[in-house]
Design a protein around this ligand. Structure first.
Ligand SMILES: [Zn+2]
Length: 274
């Protein structure tokens, strides 16, 4: 229905932060709206959904095809933030109740996705590291203990998700040797965080009423998928209405770009007076 040139025009082009792969993200259509609404609302469900959306909506701008399983979790979460930016906009607004005793005032926390991603740009940490002999692995430049590590991938995350000691299991997969001393493990974790910053982070806000400072946990993947689901919620009504009104098949309706589907649905609604 749409040719790739149009898609590129309304899509977004950017580089994934960790792998630096240049990609083009196309806007979701009805088929992806259904995917959003019909996926399980668990952390595994969200991970599967993020991966499915990435595979369907992202095209590499140059080079080899992407293997999302082998990319870092940061790249997948950055993609979900970019999708939210493309579909809903850059500005994220959340509010929380002030936790100070007897206050309860609403505290507005607002920020831009561009700004958030810039703030979480991968960079070399304080601990000097270099590439290890094995591709994808790193080691500290000055360390006699033979420690090395790699960045957690989407596949690693799937392997440990929902496990009671997920952080330890992740370290076992990504850090060598397995019995690395606690002090070194902490340094390794800091290095990993610098090279592939977690996009679940604490945001701070100040209560306008009592001046209390609050920290709010922001999980980019969970938050953005929830907003994208809310926006997708009309898909069943739209399909029902357009199928009855124009006698189009579900498949054709699901292939329409969101804006066009919404415009037809609006026209049909007006005619049918619903
Ligand atoms: Zn307050």
């Amino acid at each position: 229905m749409q040719n790739p040139a149009d898609e590129e025009k309304e899509g977004a082009r950017f580089a994934l932060p960790v792998s630096r792969r240049a990609v083009v993200l196309r806007p979701p259509r009805g088929a992806e709206d259904l995917l959003l609404l019909e996926s399980g609302r668990t952390s595994t469900g969200d991970a599967l959904l993020a991966l499915a959306l990435a595979r369907r909506l992202v095209r590499v701008a140059d080079g080899d095809p992407l293997d999302w399983n082998s990319l870092s979790v940061t790249d997948l979460d950055a993609l979900i933030l970019r999708l939210r930016q493309l579909v809903i906009g850059d500005r994220i607004r959340a509010d929380v109740a002030c936790p100070a005793d007897g206050c309860g005032e609403r505290i507005d926390i607002a920020f831009g996705i561009e700004e958030f991603l810039a703030h979480h740009t991968p960079e070399p940490g304080e601990w000097p590291i270099e590439a290890d002999d094995e591709p994808g692995w790193f080691r500290p430049t000055e360390s006699a203990e033979g420690v090395s590590f790699r960045l957690p991938t989407v596949a690693d995350q799937f392997a440990v998700i929902g496990r009671p000691n997920a952080a330890d299991e992740l370290a076992q997969r990504c850090v060598r040797p397995v019995d690395v001393p606690a002090r070194l493990r902490q340094q390794v974790e800091e290095a990993m965080e610098s090279l592939a910053p977690s996009l679940s982070s604490d945001l701070s806000g100040v209560c306008p009423e009592c001046g209390a400072e609050v920290m709010v946990g922001f999980d980019a993947r969970w938050y953005c998928l929830r907003e994208l689901r809310d926006r997708a919620a009309f898909i069943y009504q739209d399909v029902d209405l357009l199928a009855r009104h124009y006698h189009w098949t579900e498949r054709d309706i699901l292939a329409l770009p969101h804006g066009r589907r919404a415009a037809y649905a609006e026209l049909a609604r007006r005619v049918e007076g619903t």
